[in-house]
Ligand binder design. Structure first.
Ligand code: SF4
Length: 119
């Protein structure tokens, strides 16, 4: 039995550490690379590297005017204001305080989350 492979697909599959793109939004630049969010994904033969976004919950980052950076897939915080009640699956993308930037980046415009410290 002969197996056909799509060589172009294999060649185009991104590898861990490959650069996806540099995104500049709200005054900051972010280098997005391919990788794995979980160690079990890295070990799984079924998982391909994904575009890795910064974790702004673990490492907060603010704009020059003090708004926190968030991502669309970030877990909603206690200040969430959506059309529906916050659930464990709610994300910043569904919140009225979310202001979209480039790609999946955004900033949170909630006054309670704005920092008064010099970012
Ligand atoms: S956009 Fe801001 S207020 Fe809304 S859930 Fe995200 S961090 Fe919280």
């Amino acid at each position: 039995m002969k197996y056909e492979t799509d060589a172009s697909k294999i060649e185009n599959t991104p590898k861990e550490g490959d650069l996806y793109k540099v995104v500049t939004t709200f005054g900051k630049s972010f280098e997005l690379r391919y990788g794995f969010y979980e160690e079990r994904d890295r070990l799984s033969p079924l998982c391909e590297p994904a575009i890795i976004y910064p974790d702004f919950i673990r490492e907060p980052l603010f704009t020059e005017t003090g708004e926190p950076f968030v991502t669309m897939m970030q877990d909603a915080c206690g200040h969430y204001k959506g059309n529906t009640k916050r659930t464990p699956d709610s994300t910043c993308a569904e919140c009225k305080h979310f202001s979209q930037g480039e790609e999946w980046f955004g900033v949170c415009t909630c006054k309670a989350r704005k920092t008064t410290e010099t970012p």
